[in-house]
Write a protein that binds this ligand. Structure first.
Ligand SMILES: *[C@@H]1O[C@H](CO)[C@@H](O)[C@H](O)[C@H]1NC(C)=O
Ligand SMILES: *[C@@H]1O[C@H](CO)[C@@H](O)[C@H](O)[C@H]1NC(C)=O
Length: 233
């Protein structure tokens, strides 16, 4: 044994054990990171997939060509019950405003699964079950005329009036350019059954000539971790 190991006071076996532990921790952290990245990619893919299905169905419905009632379900029924998507129904941008939404019809159903109810009077999406949810909002704004720069912010508040997600769109000055789009998302956790989400908008600047594109703005959510997520019925 050399003098240096005596100074450290570790036997070669202990050093090897600690090297093993280091490797184990490093690999664990990498594995966790990879798992998180895969879960996020999966969640985004799923959201996109459902949106595409909805858009396709909307288009077909407008064509009047498809038999929606016998069309196969886009995803298995258990996933649809966990999913909600609501579209914006007011194009005017307002400050201190509770935003109104609507679900989209497709076939026999609509885009609010049985895990949720939407209250049109209160403009609130009730979430029946506790669990972790992937929540996302998509905002698309366009300029009609001559537009001033500014910011449009949508925030989602839970039952306790705490912010769960905030999405801010920065608007340039301009005159009828391309629409400005932004998508924001977050995994939110409701520890108790019976929560809800309400969206409020805020504006900064003179945004009179900016409008929200209703057919391209909305929010969606689905259960990623909860009692219902593992029930395949
Ligand atoms: C909105 O656009 C019109 C022209 O289309 C312009 O006269 C008006 O000043 C604009 N409003 C704002 C707040 O920029
Ligand atoms: C959204 O609606 C506008 C008219 O209000 C239309 O010009 C546009 O093509 C629509 N976009 C989509 C994606 O359907």
């Amino acid at each position: 044994m050399s003098a240096s190991t005596d100074v450290e006071g570790q036997s070669p076996a202990a050093r090897s054990r600690s090297r093993c532990l280091d490797t184990f921790l490093t690999v664990s952290v990498i594995a966790l990171f990879v798992m998180f990245a895969i879960a996020l990619a999966g969640a985004l893919w799923f959201a996109k997939h459902i949106e595409n299905e909805i858009n396709e169905r909307k288009t077909r419905q407008l064509d009047g060509s498809a038999d929606l009632l016998v069309a196969p379900m886009p995803v298995s029924a258990y996933k649809m019950q966990n999913f909600a998507y609501l579209r914006a129904i007011e194009s005017e941008l307002k400050s201190e405003n509770v935003m109104a939404w609507e679900s989209i019809q497709y076939g026999k159903g609509h885009t609010v699964g049985s895990l949720y109810t939407y209250d049109e009077n209160q403009k609130v999406l009730n979430v029946k079950e506790s669990g972790s949810y992937f929540l996302y909002v998509q905002l698309s704004l366009s300029c009609k005329g001559i537009c001033q720069p500014g910011q449009f912010t949508v925030s989602f508040y839970n039952l306790l009036n705490r912010k769960e997600l905030t999405c801010t769109v920065s608007l340039p000055d301009g005159n009828g350019n391309e629409p400005v789009r932004r998508t924001c998302w977050r995994v939110v956790t409701f520890p108790e059954n019976g929560n809800r989400l309400m969206a409020k908008s805020e504006i900064q600047g003179k945004l009179d000539n900016w409008t929200l594109e209703m057919n391209d703005s909305g929010f969606g959510m689905f259960l990623v971790d909860g009692a219902q997520a593992v029930h395949h019925t």
